[in-house]
Design a protein around this ligand. Structure first.
Ligand SMILES: Nc1ncnc2c1ncn2[C@@H]1O[C@H](COP(=O)(O)OP(=O)(O)OP(=O)(O)O)[C@@H](O)[C@H]1O
Ligand SMILES: [Mg+2]
Length: 345
């Protein structure tokens, strides 16, 4: 089954064609990053307007790169939640119109389930159940995954998402946008032990697997106040302070917060396979720390499928469509995750 997947939940306008939920025939991602960089964050109005301008060309290009025409598409999948409402509506409405015009089945999918599906598009497809680690710009979730659509949240951030912490720290220090890649790159040559930042005190009762990033974010940003050289502008810092050291120390702590809860969940559930997804799954420190654990099998999507893309949407659409699931053409978009609820075991 050849499925067209459309993704427009945030600042990537993306479409892809995937065969049988596995073989990526094309994967076109038109990023709006340069247009939001001046604001150090995604501006919703700009994002939805750009999706409207780009979506037709992006879909057309995805068909072209797959060597197919509209008549070859046997099903359409699109992100319906979570995300920016105005942006979601563009891709979702385009997908519905395509499916209606071609008279092919349509399925609306959840973006976070799609991040979890992304690693199945590469060679490794682990059996269920496994532990999921969803780490992105808007979410940080540790979950038990029993099927492509059966997720139980074990822990989640109680404040900021980990990707958001990378972005905010980077913004304050002027490291670049988006912050994850900028910090990861700087950290390669920094000393992770140069600064000591706090870990949140979350390890009891219902918060056993939870995460928190606002304390770390505040500590790293407050550290900046001690380095500022006001006469040299907002982001100028003392020459003796190496940005690489700040980046490496922050990144080390951010990853330690994730792993502390993840390893606790692995120990308690006995699940030894971990599947990561979302933009932060591209982080080199996270990947190398998990690779050190010989007793756990850790699976990451390829780097180009960690961030938002249409291939993960088309991929996830496949198990729904072959099961016979269909979404009505009046299905609504939603800013929040709809596919699973927080549900403590
Ligand atoms: N190498 C990296 N290290 C750490 N963070 C990274 C890296 N690459 C990207 N990121 C972060 O990933 C986030 C983007 O991921 P993604 O596109 O999945 O988020 P989103 O779609 O905006 O949010 P969500 O998926 O929760 O709706 C950004 O916060 C970015 O800084
Ligand atoms: Mg995402």
């Amino acid at each position: 089954m050849v499925i067209l997947g459309i993704e427009s939940s945030c600042d990537e306008c993306a479409a892809a064609v995937v065969e049988d939920g596995k073989r990526v025939l094309s994967n076109v991602v038109a990023t709006q990053i340069p247009f939001h960089a001046a604001y150090d964050g995604v501006v919703p109005e700009i994002a939805s307007r750009m999706h409207t301008e780009w979506i037709y060309s992006v879909v057309e290009e995805s068909l072209h790169q797959a060597g197919l025409g509209p008549g070859d598409i046997e099903g359409v999948a699109a992100t319906a939640h979570p995300g920016l409402l105005g942006s979601l509506l563009v891709g979702l409405s385009f997908a519905k119109a395509f499916a209606w015009a071609r008279n092919v089945p349509f399925i609306a999918v959840d973006h976070m389930l799609a991040h979890l599906y992304a690693s199945r598009l590469s060679d490794e497809a682990p059996d269920y159940p496994f532990l999921g680690l969803l780490v992105s710009g808007g979410h940080s979730i540790i979950c038990r995954v029993d099927n492509f659509d059966a997720v139980t949240v074990l822990g989640a951030t109680i404040d900021d998402a980990v990707g958001e912490a990378f972005d905010k720290v980077s913004k304050h220090y002027g490291f670049g946008y988006p912050g994850g890649v900028a910090i990861d790159t700087l950290a390669q040559t920094g000393n992770p032990l140069a600064f000591r930042f706090p870990l949140p005190n979350l390890h009891k009762g219902e918060h056993r697997y939870d995460l928190s990033y606002s304390g770390l974010k505040t500590a790293v940003i407050n550290q900046l106040e001690q380095f500022r050289v006001p006469e040299r502008g907002e982001t100028a810092i003392l020459p003796a302070v190496k940005p690489e050291d700040i980046a490496a120390s922050f990144q080390k702590t951010a990853v330690a917060i994730l792993l502390r809860s993840l390893f606790r969940a692995a120990e308690d559930t006995g699940l030894t396979t971990i599947v990561a997804g979302g933009g932060v799954a591209a982080n080199s420190c996270l990947r190398s720390r998990l690779a050190e654990r010989q007793d756990l099998r850790c699976i990451f999507p390829p780097l180009d499928l960690c961030g938002d893309n249409g291939a993960m949407i088309a991929g996830l659409g496949y198990p729904y469509l072959i099961r016979g699931d269909r979404s009505p053409l009046n299905v609504v978009a939603s800013a929040r995750v709809r596919a699973f609820k927080r549900n403590y075991p």
